[in-house]
Write a protein that binds this ligand. Structure first.
Ligand code: AMP
Length: 113
């Protein structure tokens, strides 16, 4: 995807504060953080969102959640954290490259807005 900003970050063509990377996943600080910790965990493979996923992507999603847990431990988010996927415009998705938000460092309400 030539015009996808997260593909550009993945390839190093756009700057980002990377906190993790491997051949399948990369993670970076959100540019407009909604909590003291706000990290985006992305697949290198371009997928629009969960609705665009295939059976074979299951292991990658599992790895993304494990990474969220590792990063939360590293940030010492001991009182809790939230992992969010905004799937589709109506759910608040604004960047159409699958990503998991890791949010922590403050209290959260339920239900979410
Ligand atoms: P979503 O609304 O779920 O699609 O989330 C997209 C997120 O990407 C938002 O939280 C934005 O603040 C964040 N974002 C957009 N552009 C950048 C960027 N260049 N670097 C880091 N985060 C970004």
């Amino acid at each position: 995807m030539n015009d996808c900003i997260f593909c550009k970050i993945s390839k190093g063509e756009l700057p980002a504060k990377l906190v993790y990377e491997d051949p399948e996943l990369f993670a970076f600080e959100d540019i407009a953080p909604q909590a003291p910790t706000h990290i985006l965990i992305c697949s290198r493979k371009h997928m629009v969102n969960l609705a665009d996923s295939k059976e074979e992507d299951g292991a990658l999603f599992g790895r993304a959640l494990l990474l969220a847990s590792r990063l939360a431990a590293k940030r010492k988010l001991t009182s809790g954290y939230r992992v969010v996927v905004n799937n589709g415009r109506g759910a608040g998705q604004t960047v159409f490259h699958l990503h998991f938000h890791l949010l922590g460092g403050r209290d959260f309400r339920w239900p979410p807005g």
